[in-house]
Design a binder for this molecule. Sequence first.
Ligand code: SAH
Length: 250
Amino acid sequence: MKKGFPIIEKSKCISNLTAAFKESGPSSLLSQDRAEKFYQLTDRMLTVNEQFNLTAITDPDKIILNHYADCAALALRLPKGAKVIDVGCGAGFPTLPVAILRPDVTVLAVDSTAKKVGYVCETANLLGLSNVTALVMRAEDGGNDPKLRGSFDIATARAVAELRILAELCLPFVKVGGEMIAMKGKNAPQELSDARRAVAMLGGKIEKTEEIFLHGGEEDVCHPLIFIKKNSATPAAYPRPYAKISKHPL
Ligand code: SAH
């Protein structure tokens, strides 16, 4: 028997997941097979979490709400067949839920921490997710790589940086006509007003914010998704080295 974290019963995990997805809207994306993949993911994440820190949330119900239902809201809104880059994927959020729920999209997961990328890659293999690839990379380096720059329909990120910094990390990856979708928290209104100039300088236009309401047993969670359209190519000067991006945000 595993020790040190809550023991997850498969049938309970799947029924709680089904209930959470029903409450939060994206139940159309859930099937038995996909629910089982989420169970496998929970088991694996909590097992590996014993060796190195992947998630501060270890209660399976909270994982379902704050990680899975949250990322499912993004999955629901991705265009069909989209080529997606997840900047700062950490332990695979939103990469892994998106890949489970949207087999039609491909996701490139990038993070500067090799251990996290290794975990995401192995987990995707274990779950049979052939639509995931993962790279150890700093976003500002990738954004200057001609093989990656301007080549994604969607760049997304959750909990990586404030919006004006995030825009410089993400928008260079997006094709003209594509979108950056930032998964944001309570500070979104302030971040949005601070980021207007940066977004315009990078070739983007703030399109809309959608509030995502997640209803869980004891708690409700509300997160905005910020959609930024890429209207023109990002000037060659961006992204700058990270020290410049963070010390002198656009
Ligand atoms: N998206 C995940 C992880 C958030 S933690 C989630 O929502 O759970 C932020 C992650 O971004 C960390 O894993 C960190 O290594 C990564 N990161 C921060 N700045 C980065 C950069 N410039 N390039 C690549 N990864 C970066």
